[in-house]
Each structure stands twice: as structure tokens, then as C-alpha cells.
Design a protein around this ligand. Sequence first.
Ligand SMILES: Cc1cc2nc3c(=O)[nH]c(=O)nc-3n(C[C@H](O)[C@H](O)[C@H](O)COP(=O)(O)OP(=O)(O)OC[C@H]3O[C@@H](n4cnc5c(N)ncnc54)[C@H](O)[C@@H]3O)c2cc1C
Length: 422
Amino acid sequence: MSGRRVDVLVVGAGPAGLAAATAAASRGRLVLVVDQAPQPGGQIWRHRDGEPAPARAMTAIDAATKAGATFAARASVIDADGPARLLIDCDGHVEELQTSALVLATGAVERLLPFPGWTLPGAVGVGGLQALVKAGLPLAGTRVVLSGTGPLLLPVAATAARSGATLTVLEQQSFARVAGFGLRAIASDPARLGDLVAYRAAARSAAWHHDAWVLRAEGEERVERVVLRIGARELTVACDWLGAASGLMPRTDLARLLGCTLASDAIAVDARQATSIPGVWAAGECTGVKGDAAGAVEGMIAGACAAGDDAPSRKLARANASGRAFARRLARTFAPRDELRARVTPGTIICRCEDVRAGALGDGWTARQAKLWSRAGMGVCQGTVCGFAGTSRPPLGSPHLGAWAAQLASPTTSPTRGMHDS
Ligand SMILES: Cc1cc2nc3c(=O)[nH]c(=O)nc-3n(C[C@H](O)[C@H](O)[C@H](O)COP(=O)(O)OP(=O)(O)OC[C@H]3O[C@@H](n4cnc5c(N)ncnc54)[C@H](O)[C@@H]3O)c2cc1C
């Protein structure tokens, strides 16, 4: 890959990235899709090595391949000298790649709000638990509690139930609000009803609760029980695995590194999916959490415009507007309740990378002061988890530092700017 040049580089091989690659490649552009994951498919179509990808993933992957796009697995964009020159960690080798256009389809990450015991072994995110099961974690005969919010609870509950777990599912929002959201979502896209029925049927053995969330996790070496709040009641249940998160948030670390403008916590884009940085487009969850179908529509527009189209077709523009309306409803309906933030005690770890407890932070400290005076947010995740993320600093993720440093020191890197002089 080193020194390779492409017309369009797509970062992320989920539904949005694959749609963008297909649109750009079918317009005759030289397109490369990179993803840090071992296979294409993104979060929704994640599957175990050696296992066939889900049918919908195969359709999207085949379309991109047939259009001429190529794919690099275990390839993570870790640094950038503007949108045209990127450093990519390819399985431990850090290489430079040049592109004329860049499409960010970096997806979402889980919003992990701290509570007592959230860092115990056995406590992970909601999507995180699903990823572990898809990587081979056996759940048969275990007691699993899922505490979260929004549509992601459905596929994860189905996965856990199918794996033989005894399941309790807690949705922070009230039944009325969730039902209202669901009915509107089905009215705007009846295909969603099929998914809903299939997921609920798969998890019919689970105990579902609304107005409910985990207050704390307890255990010596690992999670052994959790204290739950269900309506006005508080109860303790035995638990082997806890999947707890407060919805999804756009993944913007690369966009922030490039200097893209954010709108609330998502990459700001216009009707062509263009970001504030010329030559950079964005699509999918990274521009606002909206699910795979709406993400693919954004991908089609971003790929076409990165390949030179002036504007999306009317049909795509209409579909995009409805996807964005769905994203706004999703964000409004499943925003974390204030009670979730009130779970933190002075002894609660708020930055797990740097082991910083809430009590170490002074009242009224800004995020910057907290970083400087407690190191909160200065660890491996660069504040992505604990929310102290400000500007993004390279390298993104945790690449092979030696290879990165070697690349920075190499003569090919532009002498004037150099990737980073410091
Ligand atoms: C943990 C998790 C599990 C989920 N499970 C489901 C599910 O089961 N069902 C469902 O309907 N929805 C699920 N979702 C929601 C999911 O976000 C959407 O359904 C859909 O996958 C979004 O598509 P996307 O293309 O926008 O992003 P994604 O599918 O998330 O794809 C983004 C890709 O970008 C890659 N990437 C990001 N940054 C870089 C970088 N710097 N370098 C290289 N690669 C990079 C990531 O590895 C990822 O594969 C899940 C979300 C999460 C976070």
C-alpha cells in the first residue's frame, strides 16, 4: 500500500462505507475501502472469522466488489496530513496512502456512562457483549442483564437469548415513549416490523422492563450481582454478564483529527454529505445515529459526490431527508435520562484508562482542567469513552508505535509540515 494513490478512499466497511464505495467505483473511480476489522460488514454485519457473512452483508459487499472497489482488512487510519495523505496501520505495518477524495464512514461507538462497578470484569457494553458472543463467547446457562436504550437492545437481546442465556433486559425509557417511537418507525418503513417481530420472538424468554436501568454492579473478582432500578423499585439480581450502555454516539475521532466541524456530537455535513473540509465527505452513524438503511442512503450520496456528482438524485435526497428525521427522533427519544448520570459516587471510576475516580475531580472543573489536573481522558481511548475528548491526537487507536514513528521519520513524509514535528 505504501505510497499508493487512489481516487476515493473510504474509511469504514459498514453499510454506509460499502454503499459509498459502490457509488464511487461504479462511476469509474479507483476506490479503496479500509477497515480496522478483519472482515467487511461493519458493526451490524460483524461475523465470526471463517463464518459466512449475513446475506444482506454479502449483497452490499458483492455490489462494491463488482463495481471495482478493493478492500483492505485490519487497516486502521491512525494519522493524517490533511485529507489527501493518510497513515494507515496495516496489521502492524504503518504505510502512507494518498487520495483525491476521502469518505468517512466510521460508524458509532457506545455511550458508556460510568456507575459503581462498571469496570468490573464481566461488565461490558450492550453492543460489546454481542461482539464478544460473535467472537465466540459462550453464554449458555449464564445469567445476563442488558441495561441500555434504543433499537440496539433488540438484536443484542436476540443474540444473547439464542446463545442460551437467562436474560433480563432493561430499557431506560418508558414503555409509552418506546412504543410511540416504534409505531412511527414502522409507519415510515414497514420493513422494520419484520425485524422487530423476529428479535422479540428470539428473546421471548427474556424479562423486559421499561423505566429501568442498572444502579451498580457488585462482585469480588468479577460481576456477581447487579442492583437494578425498575420503576420505583430497587432489586438485586445475580448476574454473570452485564451489558450496559446508554445508546450510541457518532465516532468522530478521525474527523476531529482532520479538523471537520461537528454539529452537537456528529460530523456536520451538507445535502451532498460534504464536510467542512474540502475533499472530505461523511456518511452513516458518524453523521448522526440513524441505523443501517439510512446510513446506506448517505453512503450512496457521499460516494457519488466524492466521485464528482454535483448533487444527489431527488429520490435519494428525499430518502436522506427521511433518514435524518429518523435520526433526530432517535436522539430525542433515547437521550440518556438525568438519573443515569446521578449514579456516580466519589469512588466511581470515571476514566478507566487512567483509573481516575469522580472524587478526584474538583467541582466546576472544565474538561480541560480535569485532563490537565487528573489525566482523565488522556489514556488509550483519548477520552472517547469518558467523554473528555476534545481535539483528536494521533495516533488514533493503539497502533504499532515503532512503525508509526518510523513512518513519521521517513524522508517521504513532507518536510514542510511533516506529519507531526513534535
Ligand atoms: C458495538 C455495536 C454493535 C452493533 N450491533 C448492531 C446490530 O446487531 N444490529 C443493528 O441493526 N445495528 C447494530 N449496531 C448499530 C450500527 O451502528 C448500525 O447498524 C450500522 O452498522 C451502522 O453502519 P455504518 O456504516 O455507519 O457504521 P459501522 O457499521 O459501525 O462501520 C464503521 C466501520 O468503520 C471502521 N472504522 C472506524 N474508524 C476507523 C479507522 N480510523 N480506520 C479504519 N476503520 C475504521 C470500524 O471498524 C467499522 O467497521 C451496532 C453498533 C455498535 C457500536
